[in-house]
Unconditional design. Sequence first.
Length: 536
Amino acid sequence: MAKLTRREMLKFGLLASGSGLLASSGVGCSLFSSSRIPSPTTTRFPEGWSLSIPEVLSPSSSLSPDPAPPIRLGYKMYEISQEERQHQFHPDLPPSTIWGYNGTFPGPTFHARVGEGSVVRFHNNLPQAKGFGVPRTVVHLHGGHQSSENDGFPTDYFLRGESKDMVYPNVPAGGDHRETPSTLWYHDHLIDFTAENVYRGLAGLYLVFDDKDCGDETNPRGLRLPSGPFDIPLVFTDKRFSPDDGSLTYDSFDHDGFLGDKVAVNGRIHPTLSVYRRKYRFRFLNASNARFYEFFLRLEKENRSLPTPFVQIASDGGLLPTPLSRSSFLLTNGERVEVILDFSRFSEGDEVILENRIRQWDGRGPNERIATGEPGTDLLKFRVMGNPPDGDPSQIKDRLRELAPLPTDLSSLPREDLIFDRKSGAWVINKKFFDPDTALITAPLGKGVIWRLYNNTSRWWHPIHIHLEFFRILTRNGKRPPDHEICRKDTLILAPRDEVEIFVQFRDYPGKYVLHCHNLEHEDMFMMARYDVTES
Ligand SMILES: [Cu+2]
């Protein structure tokens, strides 16, 4: 039976009547799996189960056929095949069927450089859908600054057996080096089915380096941040497995936001990373559909959270102006935070646990922080080895990447309101369900704009992502934002009744783009808007 899209369900009035009707009507019955049934138990930090680090993708010498003009000289060419594979999330679970870029979850990591564009040929080699996941795909580079046709608009999908070239110039907005990004990620963005496809595994990292953040900790002209094997991405996704056969499950009728009860870090549940007594750079990405995390660090033998273990150096929008010392940090869906952890403060043999201390019961958002003394959710274990054989040449400099100044007269800029609300069991922005054919708002190319985002619900949290340009948070609930939000961002948290004013300047690329909630089930349930950047 053909699968009803969420759009069709809305049309037929099926959403508000709940999943019971859908299940009993036989529509998509085979897809139904409760969001509440616990996964099989798995051993905590099993011996020999180490953190997997996604491989760095190598460029191809050529693409056949050649990419269409106007691909400029000097672009690096890459190929990625979207494929179904078997993936081991934990040694106690049987292999699960995933969809991955090059068959892996997470997909391979790009190492891009400012000024060297990338052309990526994505091949859709996915099989016919069985269970959840829809083999029409759209690739969006989250945080990327690229033209509309290369941004992954939700209806720009390509089918099984087809390929699509995506062109990423890797030039910061306006050619301004202060807008240089750092940790981006690419993932599926198919209209109505992003949640299923990303949950199936279609997500990977795209890192951007330049002369400053050069990826070489020994280069005296660079920032000397930990590099190479000491620069490690951490991709967090929550998954759920069938108690019957251990297979990966998803509930297509959980429109609130699907939660797993096991957290995979780089695709593995409860992995261990052996670390030297030195500094490491960790790039945290919350690639979960609906779960928030608040990360803490605990020294196992003392059984308490460490006071300020994290030195934050970057957010979604690249390096911060200055490093920020933090005891913990909240990470919402799609958001990135980069930190330096210095393991030289620990002794050889110490075990240090990264834990999540937020409780969340459903897709509405985080419920409460776990009280001191109560156990959190352990995610990743660091086993401290001895001193590094080559010492630690890395540094954390006082100044990282400056912020471009805001316009002096913000009051003269065009303003728009974006009101996020609930309607008919789904979500609306300015009272409208997502319509890919109509722009909800427009923004002039070149000029800055002020957008006021307001969450007009009392229970739902919405992580809002704006494509194309980084923005700056001006006020949060009428006040100056906290220090960690004084930076470039592309995703922000809207807690219930939150009101946030942002400044964003659209440069370089006119055309159609989207902004949306990054709780992926909310996004698929229409909490998305097309906006057009217009040339005056
Ligand atoms: Cu939302």
